[in-house]
Design a protein around this ligand. Structure first.
Ligand code: 0X9
Ligand code: ZN
Length: 433
């Protein structure tokens, strides 16, 4: 045995035998930026062969040099993973030293505690609470809100869209917002609730939301992936689930990434046919009942829906088509101007930074996404929002950050919707000579 090898074994043994071993075994989220191709390969290898979860990027094919990787490492793989990183000269920072505490904070429902100053909308909610809220919202606002059943999930949970309609002028246009395609992105459903609450509370108080609601109906799907969302609430170990819960034909693995299942360049880029992968596109386009329900609804309403927005997290980004190709969208300049304005206003009002641009060039090339599909259906204003944060807490954004994250996203929705109105509405006092 060569001396370095003895030394290596000895070092690891000494770690294992140390009395402080317990502190080494708590779950952690590491931030790693590979510097060389060898380090990229090592990291890919670690994320595939050891019990870890890639938070960012979503799949190891996107790991490359100088790209920041956020890796969740459970306590029982911690020593091994860190030893491998060290062996390959890969440095890491601990992003989250105790994700379990943050997970518990997100699940804590302190509504019964009168001292907790947080409102219903400043907390994360279970699926059951969201269904109750949908019912209550429709019941309490019978003239303006309707709950429309657009289909059901793989596990047969209903998919409800709330239609906000503040007047019944003929030829009304509409916008669509969906949340919770990806189960672990909890800030996303929280935003849909926030948006509806804001609309109902500030119609005729806030000029922008009033203008939007006066001219458009709004369709809001609070949770596109209820089965996945429910699953992330069941146990700490399931908190990182992304896909839906459909069982593949082979029966071996579960889940399709709904944002790879739409019928646009399906299965080609940034997606995998392997049901065991996070970016599994499913057996065929719209194979999943959740994606099919959304696609059917939008097909039926494509003549009225002018704006499509889908809410994700995290990374603070406004993405527009295309993601499936590097080609420029035909109205690229309009789309760019809209997200630029949204980002500028967020900077001005909230001092926070959002990056923006077409998906393929700004984030990664990727087929089968709902934004590109909606765009190709004819909805010329189509956006993916990636909400807070940029990795400080990642998917574990504390409840105290919900209001900040939602308010800035709301400002972006309003900015873009008003611009869409400006571009699409005929001038009010149009005189013919
Ligand atoms: O990869 C995704 O589906 C989205 N990012 S996330 O981290 N929330 O998973 C980005 C979607 C951008 N649009 C398309 N890829 N079409
Ligand atoms: Zn997402």
């Amino acid at each position: 045995m060569s001396t370095p090898l003895i030394w290596f074994v000895f070092m690891n043994l000494s770690i294992l035998l140390k009395p402080g071993y317990c502190t080494e075994t708590s779950d952690q989220v590491l931030s790693i930026t590979p510097q060389t191709q060898e380090q990229v390969d090592t990291l890919r290898n670690v994320s595939t062969h050891y019990e870890t979860v890639l938070w960012q990027p979503v799949s190891n094919e996107y790991i490359s040099t100088q790209v920041q990787v956020h890796l969740y490492v459970p306590g029982n793989s911690s020593v091994t993973v860190k030893a491998i990183l060290q062996k390959h000269g890969i440095t890491h920072k601990v992003l989250l030293a105790n994700p379990n505490v943050l997970t518990e904070m997100q699940m804590k429902n302190d509504s019964t505690d009168p001292r907790s100053g947080s409102t219903f909308y400043e907390r994360y909610h279970t699926l059951e609470e969201i269904y109750d809220w949908i019912n209550r919202t429709a019941q309490d606002n019978p003239r303006t809100v309707k709950a429309i059943l657009i289909g059901s999930s793989y596990e047969k949970r209903p998919l409800y869209v709330l239609k906000l309609s503040f007047n019944d002028r003929p030829n009304r246009k509409a916008m669509w917002i969906d949340c919770g395609i990806h189960a672990r992105e909890w800030i996303s459903p929280a935003f849909c609730l926030w948006f509806v609450h804001h609309s109902l509370s500030f119609y005729q108080q806030n000029s922008e939301i009033t203008r939007i609601l006066d001219s458009m109906d709004v369709y809001v799907l609070p949770v596109m992936n209820p089965d996945g969302y429910k699953y992330t609430w069941t146990a700490i170990k399931r908190r990182w689930w992304r896909k839906n819960r459909s069982i593949s034909k082979s029966g071996f693995c579960v889940g399709v990434d709904l944002n790879r299942n739409f019928d646009v360049d399906w299965g080609i880029k940034g997606s995998s046919q392997n049901p065991c992968e996070e970016i599994n596109c499913g057996p065929f386009p719209e194979s999943e009942p959740e994606a099919q329900a959304v696609a059917n609804f939008l097909r039926r309403h494509k003549d009225t829906v002018q704006l499509y927005i889908t809410i994700h997290s995290y990374s603070q980004m406004f993405i527009f088509p295309y993601s499936y190709t590097f080609d420029q969208a035909e109205n690229h300049n309009d789309l760019l101007e809209m997200v630029q304005e949204a980002a500028q206003r967020i900077k001005r009002y909230y001092r926070n930074t959002y990056t923006y641009g077409p998906g393929a060039a700004t984030l990664y090339p990727c087929s089968g996404g709902s934004d590109d599909w909606a765009y190709k259906l004819g909805i010329k204003y189509s956006f993916t929002f990636e909400l807070q944060d940029r990795g400080e807490y990642g998917f574990l954004l504390p409840p105290s950050h919900i209001s900040g994250a939602c308010n800035e996203a709301l400002l972006a929705v309003k900015t873009i919707a008003v611009k869409v109105l400006e571009k699409t509405q005929a001038p009010a006092n149009h005189h013919t000579i």
